[in-house]
Design a protein around this ligand. Structure first.
Ligand code: TXA
Ligand code: MG
Length: 338
C-alpha cells in the first residue's frame, strides 16, 4: 500500500486546505489521479454533482470518505468507472442492466448490481449489491482513466447537506478535510444520478435523479417499482432527511400575515406578488423543469448564504425531473425540522 500524500486529512489531524487543481491545465488530471492512487481524497466534477473520490477497492481510502463527510457507515458508496467494460469486475450485469447501460451510459444513471467479492464491505455497507456508474463528464472520464481502477465517490458535501454543483461549493463544505479539488466548472445536470436496482425480478427506482423515470420506463417498455423514501432504509441511504440548507426550509406558501423581510423564495417561475420576499430564486422563467434541475442546488446554496430566517420553497409539478426536485425538497424540509 502506498503512503497517502502528506496533506491527507486524518480524523485527528489539523485542518488543512485542499489543493486546487484547474482541470484545464495539462497536469491537473494526472496530479488528481496520483493523489487518489496514493489513497487520498479528491473532489472532481461529474455531469450531476461534484463527487468525493477515493480508491474504490481500498477500504482504508474509502474510510477517509466517511470521515471527511461525517457520513454514517450504513450509507453505501457508488463506484465510478471510465468504461462499461470495467463494470464486470465489480458487479454482475444481467439483461436489464445491459439494456439500461447501453442506452444511458456514460451518463447520470447508477445501477445497483449483485456485487463481486473484490468490492470491500465498506463500499456496500455489507450489502450483497454494489452501485456502479459510468459518468459522462469529460473531466471525470479522464480522471477515471488515469486512476485505472474503480473510484468510490459520494457527493462532495458534508453528510445531509446540499449537494455541490461547483468547486466553490466543495471548498466551502469540505475544503479543510480533503486533499484536492479538481475544478472543472459547474456540473451541468445539477441533480444526482437516478438509481435503479436491477438485482430483483422487477427493476426498482431507489432515487429519482437526473434521468426522468418515464424515460427509463419507455426504454424498458414497462412500469418499474419505486422504493424511494424511508426513515427505515431497506436500501441504506434512502434517508428521509437529506440535502438540507442550514437555513430553515418550508415547502409551501407563507401565511397571509407572515413577515417576509428575512424570507427567501425558491420557485419555478416568479409570480406577481413575489416581490414581498426579501430574495427570490426563480429556477426557470419558462417553467422548464430540465433547466430548473440544473439550477436547483446552486439556487438553494445562494439562498442559504443570505442569512435569511426562512426559505419558502413553492411546490413544483411532479412530472419528469420535477419528481427528483420535489424528492430533494421534501428530504431537505424533513432535515431542517429536526
Ligand atoms: O450523481 C451521483 O450519483 C453522485 C455523483 C458524484 O456520481 N453521487 C452520489 O453519491 O450522489 P451519494 O453517495 O451522495 O449517493 C449515493 C446513493 C446513496 O443514497 C446510497 O445509499 C445509494 O446510492 N447506494 C449506494 N450503494 C447502494 C446499494 N448497494 N444499494 C442501494 N443503494 C445504494
Ligand atoms: Mg449525496
Amino acid at each position: 500500500m502506498v503512503t497517502p500524500p502528506d496533506n491527507t486529512v486524518d480524523a485527528t489531524g489539523p485542518a488543512r486546505r485542499a489543493e486546487l487543481l484547474d482541470a484545464r491545465r495539462d497536469d491537473a488530471i494526472e496530479r488528481a489521479a496520483q493523489i487518489i492512487r496514493a489513497g487520498g481524497l479528491v473532489a472532481f466534477p461529474t455531469e450531476t454533482v461534484y463527487g468525493l473520490g477515493a480508491l474504490g477497492l481500498d477500504p482504508l481510502a474509502c474510510a477517509r470518505i466517511f470521515e471527511a463527510k461525517r457520513r454514517p457507515h450504513f450509507d453505501p458508496l457508488i463506484l465510478h468507472v471510465a468504461d462499461v467494460s470495467q463494470v464486470d469486475a465489480v458487479g454482475h450485469m444481467g439483461p436489464t442492466a445491459l439494456i439500461l447501460a447501453g442506452h444511458f451510459w456514460p451518463g447520470p444513471l447508477t445501477l445497483v448490481l449483485p456485487r463481486r467479492a473484490v468490492v470491500p464491505d465498506i463500499v456496500t455497507s455489507g450489502l450483497e449489491t454494489v452501485a456502479v456508474r459510468v459518468p459522462a463528464h469529460p473531466v471525470a472520464h479522464r480522471l477515471l482513466e488515469a486512476v485505472g481502477t474503480p473510484v468510490a465517490a459520494p457527493s462532495a458535501n458534508p453528510f445531509g447537506r446540499l449537494s455541490p454543483t461547483t468547486a466553490e461549493h466543495v471548498a466551502a463544505g469540505l475544503g479543510d478535510r480533503i486533499d484536492a479539488i479538481l475544478d472543472g466548472g459547474p456540473a451541468d445536470r445539477g441533480l444526482e444520478s437516478t438509481i435503479i436496482d436491477v438485482t430483483g425480478d422487477t427493476p426498482t427506482l431507489l432515487r429519482a435523479g437526473a434521468i426522468a423515470v418515464e424515460d427509463i420506463e419507455a426504454l424498458l417498455g414497462r412500469v418499474i417499482d419505486r422504493r424511494l423514501s424511508s426513515s427505515r432504509p431497506a436500501a441504506p441511504g434512502q434517508l428521509d432527511a437529506h440535502y438540507a440548507p442550514s437555513t430553515p426550509l418550508l415547502l409551501g406558501e407563507p401565511g397571509a400575515t407572515a413577515d417576509l423581510d428575512a424570507a427567501g423564495l425558491l420557485t419555478l417561475t416568479r409570480g406577481k406578488d413575489d416581490d414581498r420576499f426579501a430574495v427570490v430564486e426563480e429556477l426557470s422563467d419558462s417553467g422548464d423543469l430540465r433547466q430548473a434541475a440544473t439550477r436547483f442546488f446552486a439556487a438553494l446554496h445562494r439562498l442559504d448564504e443570505r442569512g435569511l430566517d426562512v426559505i419558502y420553497a413553492r411546490p413544483l409539478p411532479e412530472t419528469g425531473l420535477g419528481v427528483a426536485i420535489m424528492d430533494r425538497l421534501r428530504r431537505a424540509v424533513s432535515m431542517t425540522r429536526r
